[in-house]
Design a protein around this ligand. Structure first.
Ligand code: NAG
Ligand code: NAG
Ligand code: NAG
Ligand code: NAG
Ligand code: NAG
Ligand code: NAG
Ligand code: NAG
Length: 483
C-alpha cells in the first residue's frame, strides 16, 4: 500500500509568509547596514521584527523556515456527464455530453479553496504582482473547471456558496457544450460577484502543436503508433480472454453484441457505424458512463445494480489504463509537460537567486521578497496518467474527478540557498499521498536530484511529430482514455 501522509505534509506546507519575510528582512538588515540610507529602513525593520512573533517551530518535510518559489498543479476537470449516450441507457443527461456538471464546478471551486489555504500566503508579496498562469485544453469542461478553481483560489472562504436552489445556471451556453464565462460560473456556484483580477486562462487549440503540452498522446504520432500496435498485441488479446467474464457481463447490460451510441454530432443517427464491437474499450466506456451517472445521482441500468456494475468492470479498467499509460511510453505521453514544469521550476530558482545576489539588491526595494509563481494546468485524466508515467510511476490509482499532481519548489532556507527542495504529491480525487519517484524517494528531494533523475524523460515539442487530432466525437480510436 502507498503511504498516506498528506495531512502531515500539509502541516509542513502551512508555513507562514511572516517567517520567510522575517528571514528576508534579517538578511537585508545585515547587507544594507553599510549604507547610510539603510538607517531609514532599519528603523522600519526593527519595528517590524519587534512586532512580529517568532514562529520557527514548524513540523514539516524539511522546508521549515522555507519560502515557496514555485508550485505547479496539474488537475483533471470536475464531474461531468457521459462522453457518449448509449442506446441502452434509459436516461438523459441534464447537460450536453462531456459537459462539466454543477457538482463538477463545485469540485473545481473546492479544489481552488484548498490551493488557497495551502499556497495563497506564498503567492502574494508586498513588492510584486502575483504570478499565476492558467492553461487549459480547448475542451469546455476543463475551461469551466479552471475558472471554478480560480474562483475558489481568489475567493476562498470569503464567500459562502448558496444552496443549490439559489443557484442560477441559465446563463450557461449550449447546455455546457461551450465554455461559460467566469461570471456565469460564479452564478452557477451561487456567488454574488466574481473578482475582476482573475488571471486569463490560456486555451491550447488542438490544431496547434501547443496542444502537445497537455494532450501529447493524442496529437503526437509517436504514442499513437505505439497504441495501434498495442491493440493488436498478444498481450491485448490475452487480456480479452482474461476479462471475458466482464465482456460477457457488458453484453448482458447492452442486451446485444455491440455497443451502440446515438449521439454522433448531437443528432440521433441510427446506422451501423455508430456501434462498436464489445471489447475492453467498450467495458471502459460503459464503466466511465456509470461513474459519471453515480456522481450525478442517476441510476444506471444494470443486471445487478449500479455499484455492482462499476465494481465488476473496475479490474478491466485498471488493467487497461496501466497498459495504456506505461512507464516505457512515459516520455511520449507526458515528457513535454514534465519538461515545462522543470523549466518553470528552473526559472523560479534563477529569479530567486538573482534576487538574493547583493549586487542586484537596491535600496528602496526593501521588500525584495518575491511571491511564488504558480501554474495551473487544467486537463484530463489521461493527462494526469501521462505525467505519472513520465515520472516513471507504475502503480498509481486512477485519477478521479479533480485528481491533481502538485509539484512544489521550496528554497531550502537556512541550509543551502542554491539547492532548493522539491515536494511531489498526488491526490487521486479521493486520497492524497507523496509520489515515490525513483531518484526522489517519498516525493521529496533536492531539486538537482529530481532534475538528474528525470533528465532522460523530458521532451520538447521538437520531439513530437504533430498530427492534428480528429474531432473527438467523430473519432473512436483517437479518443481512448481521453476523459
Ligand atoms: C499497488 O497499489 C495498491 C494500492 O494503491 C496496492 O494494494 C498494491 O499492493 C500495490 N502493488 C504493488 C506491486 O506495489
Ligand atoms: C466485429 O465483430 C464481427 C463479428 O464477430 C466481426 O466480423 C468484425 O470484423 C468485428 N469488427 C471489428 C472492427 O473488429
Ligand atoms: C432503466 O432500466 C433499469 C433496468 O435495467 C430499470 O431498473 C430502471 O428503472 C430503468 N430506469 C428508467 C428511468 O426507466
Ligand atoms: C449490488 O450488486 C452487487 C453484485 O451483485 C452485490 O454484491 C451488492 O450487494 C449489491 N448492492 C446492493 C445495494 O444491492
Ligand atoms: C550548495 O549547493 C550547490 C549546488 O548543489 C553546491 O555547489 C554548493 O557547494 C552548496 N553549498 C553549500 C554551502 O553546501
Ligand atoms: C528529444 O529530441 C532530442 C533532440 O533530437 C533528443 O536528443 C532527445 O533524446 C529526445 N528526447 C527523448 C526523450 O527522446
Ligand atoms: C465530424 O463529422 C461531421 C459529420 O459527419 C462533419 O461534418 C465534421 O466535419 C466532422 N469533423 C471533423 C473534424 O472531421
Amino acid at each position: 500500500m502507498m503511504k498516506h501522509r498528506y495531512a502531515s505534509l500539509r502541516e509542513g506546507a502551512e508555513l507562514g509568509v511572516d517567517d520567510a519575510e522575517q528571514r528576508c528582512r534579517r538578511k537585508l538588515w545585515k547587507r544594507s547596514i553599510m549604507s547610510i540610507l539603510a538607517l531609514l529602513a532599519l528603523a522600519a525593520l526593527v519595528t517590524f521584527l519587534a512586532a512580529s512573533p517568532r514562529g520557527d517551530a514548524h513540523p514539516g518535510v524539511g522546508h521549515e523556515d522555507g519560502r515557496l518559489l514555485f508550485v505547479g498543479v496539474l488537475h483533471r476537470h470536475g464531474a461531468r456527464t457521459g462522453i457518449h449516450h448509449y442506446t441502452f441507457e434509459n436516461f438523459t443527461w441534464p447537460w450536453k455530453l462531456g459537459a462539466l456538471t454543477l457538482e463538477g464546478m463545485e469540485m473545481g471551486f473546492n479544489m481552488g479553496k484548498k490551493l488557497r489555504s495551502d499556497y495563497w500566503r506564498h503567492l502574494t508579496s508586498s513588492s510584486s504582482q502575483m504570478h499565476i498562469d492558467a492553461t487549459s485544453t480547448n475542451v469546455p469542461r476543463t475551461i469551466d473547471t479552471v475558472h471554478s478553481a480560480l474562483l475558489g483560489l481568489f475567493l476562498g472562504d470569503q464567500v459562502k456558496t448558496s444552496s443549490i436552489l439559489e443557484r442560477d445556471c441559465s446563463c450557461r451556453p449550449d447546455r455546457g457544450g461551450q465554455a461559460s464565462s467566469v461570471e456565469c460560473i460564479g452564478k452557477c456556484l451561487g456567488l454574488d460577484s466574481v473578482p475582476s483580477e482573475l488571471p486569463k486562462v490560456k486555451v491550447l487549440q488542438s490544431s496547434s502543436i501547443e496542444a502537445s503540452l497537455l494532450q501529447q498522446p493524442y496529437v503526437c504520432k509517436e504514442y499513437r503508433t505505439w497504441l495501434s500496435d498495442f491493440d493488436t498485441s498478444q498481450q491485448y488479446s490475452a487480456a480479452v480472454d482474461e476479462f471475458s467474464e466482464q465482456i460477457r457481463f457488458l453484453k448482458k447490460v447492452v442486451n446485444g453484441d455491440r455497443l451502440c451510441f446515438d449521439d454522433l454530432t448531437g443528432k440521433t443517427i441510427k446506422n451501423d457505424e455508430t456501434c462498436t464491437n464489445i471489447t475492453l474499450e467498450a467495458v471502459e466506456r460503459v464503466w466511465d458512463s456509470a461513474v459519471c451517472a453515480l456522481f450525478e445521482g442517476i441510476d444506471y441500468p444494470s443486471p445487478t445494480n449500479h455499484t455492482g456494475l462499476i465494481d465488476t468492470f473496475q479490474p478491466t479498467v485498471d488493467w487497461l489504463w496501466h497498459h495504456w499509460f506505461t512507464v516505457d511510453q512515459g516520455p511520449n505521453m507526458g515528457g513535454i509537460l514534465l519538461n515545462d514544469i522543470l523549466e518553470r521550476m528552473h526559472a523560479a530558482q534563477v529569479a530567486d537567486e538573482s534576487l538574493w545576489k547583493t549586487e542586484n539588491r537596491k535600496m528602496g526595494k526593501v521588500a525584495g521578497f518575491q511571491g511564488a509563481s504558480m501554474v495551473l494546468y487544467s486537463a484530463h485524466d489521461s493527462t494526469v496518467a501521462s505525467l505519472l508515467a513520465a515520472l516513471g510511476l507504475e502503480n498509481w490509482s486512477l485519477p478521479s474527478f479533480v485528481a491533481h499532481i502538485t509539484v512544489e519548489l521550496w528554497a531550502s532556507g537556512t541550509s543551502n540557498e542554491t539547492d532548493p527542495r522539491v515536494v511531489l504529491q498526488y491526490y487521486d480525487g479521493r486520497d492524497g499521498h507523496m509520489l515515490d519517484v525513483r531518484g526522489c524517494p517519498d516525493g521529496t528531494c533536492a531539486y538537482s536530484s529530481l532534475v538528474a533523475a528525470l533528465s532522460s524523460r523530458r521532451m520538447t515539442m521538437a520531439n513530437c511529430t504533430f498530427v492534428a487530432p480528429k474531432e473527438a466525437v467523430n473519432s473512436t480510436a483517437a479518443e481512448k482514455g481521453r476523459r
